[in-house]
Write a protein that binds this ligand. Structure first.
Ligand code: HQG
Length: 182
């Protein structure tokens, strides 16, 4: 179901808090990326982003990319991927498909040609299993370019891949040797 504009805006604020800046909602994040739901609800209201438990449950449930997870008793919440904070969300390592896709913008290509794909401010480089999703990711930064990654060769060479709870592929960096269409 399509999210309301208000839920989408609250979702963006949640991503900021849970991935990058817990202080924005006056909350603490633990070593595994968890934030207490009670504190989050209070902190969001204090930050002028009125949020109750029912709304939070709905946002988590309906989020188009399943960006957030509750723990078992729903007392804690965390983002599934995308962190710049040094938290360990207990990612599972997994065998990737032979080809993965990274969406970027054409203005970054010169730099990628010299350095490879690097994680920038996040903990990991983000990859998609389908080119359409990668194109959407790239278009957030400008004119999109979809790079094809030889994940089979990387895996063969012992480079670890992780699969987030919501199906995003992650790795630490990608050297130019593995970018097929650069
Ligand atoms: C680029 C969203 C210059 C990289 C998305 C990207 C994703 C370089 C940008 C997730 C470079 C970083 C992550 C180099 C890489 N020189 N630029 N050497 N290496 N770059 O936002 O991948 O919707 O940190 O190509 O859907 O765009 O928020 O990463 O363009 O899954 O859940 O530097 O964030 O998820 O940008 O996006 P970002 P990203 P959510």
């Amino acid at each position: 179901m399509e999210q309301s504009k208000k839920d989408a805006e609250l979702g963006r604020f949640l991503s900021l808090v849970l991935r990058h800046n817990p202080q924005a909602a006056y909350v603490q994040i633990d070593a595994h990326g968890w934030v207490e739901v009670d504190a989050l609800l209070k902190g969001c209201c204090r930050a002028g982003k009125s949020l109750d438990r029912e709304t939070l449950e709905r946002i988590v449930q309906e989020n188009n990319k399943q960006r957030y997870s509750f723990n078992e008793d729903h007392r804690k919440i965390r983002a599934n991927q995308g962190h710049s904070l040094p938290v360990d969300v207990e990612l599972r390592s997994a065998k990737p498909p032979a080809i993965l896709y990274h969406g970027t913008a054409d203005r970054f290509l010169d730099s990628i040609r010299s350095q490879g794909i690097t994680r920038q401010s996040r903990q990991f480089v983000h990859l998609s299993s389908d080119p359409e999703t990668a194109r959407q990711v790239g278009s957030r930064h400008g004119s999109p370019v979809v790079l094809h990654i030889d994940a089979a060769a990387m895996e063969h060479n012992g480079i670890p891949f992780y699969l987030s709870q919501n199906g995003v592929w992650l790795c630490k960096q990608i050297s130019t040797a593995y970018i097929i269409n650069l």
